[in-house]
Design a binder for this molecule. Sequence first.
Ligand code: LMR
Length: 330
Amino acid sequence: MFKLTAKALTCALSLLVAGMAQAADPITIKFSHVVAEHTPKGQGALLFKKLAEERLPGKVKVEVYPNSSLFGDGKEMEALLLGDVQLIAPSLAKFEHYTKQIQIFDLPFLFNDMAAVDRFQLSPEGQSLLKSMESKNITGLAYWHNGLKQLSANKPIREPKDARGQKFRVQASAVLEEQFKAVRANPRKMSFAEVYQGLQTGVVNGAENPYSNIYSQKMHEVQKYITETNHGLLDYMLITNTKFWEGLPEDVRTELDKIIVEVTAEVNKQADDLNQGDKQRILEAKTTEIIELTPEERSKWRDAMKPVWKKFEGEIGADLIKAADAANQQ
Ligand code: LMR
């Protein structure tokens, strides 16, 4: 009898200890991304880790995996849905399988500058896009800037006709494919991790990226020219798995939400400086000539690419395009 009671007591005690250990285990948040650390997104992920671990000690642990080291951009969304990663920030070009509306951000020459991008992202229409995939278990937490894209190639490209027949790497986006077809170039979808090699081996002749992605992936070493077109946007949506986020303890979620507001402000403030710094570093490397366009040359690109808007108006919605365009005028 005594023997049995002792056994039961040991069992109950070990269950209790296990339960306590479990309660004390920090929640692990894996944040996977495809770019280098010295980029707007790379820095944002590290700042999120720092603040989350400082302010929620013992409650949250953040693991950051840069440079496609955990998941490449073909797999990260699936991994988020499967719960293998809890935070990712894909570029806005990578959402077309989840919602067609987010394609709006890929329309060429949509925003005059980053201030217009900010106004649209903060507008009710921009904010509603963050919530547009919740039925698919994806919650948008914030928009993070990288910046405007430049065209790189191995021949000088000044006017749309110079791009004819050139093979350009594009992200997985139908809008971006159409954008290059509009100037009679050949778009080729390729994941980010493959771009350097694609350029090096000539599988593609050129690409479109902000300066920070060009420099941090060393693309300037395999591209002789960059044309400063500022023709389109490369920004991100920081997203999480809706069920995971809603299942977090209330105090943890509230603190993480606050941290994200802070990190977002910092990323968006620093992104342009980072891009301009990397433009200087590319110039100093003397590998690549940067071609600046005259206003007349730039309008030729706009005229050639803008018909793409009409092609996607049905999927994106004319009202949404109007709201984004209006952000230029405010
Ligand atoms: C790309 O594939 O070019 C970008 O989406 C990479 C990134 O995340 O900045």
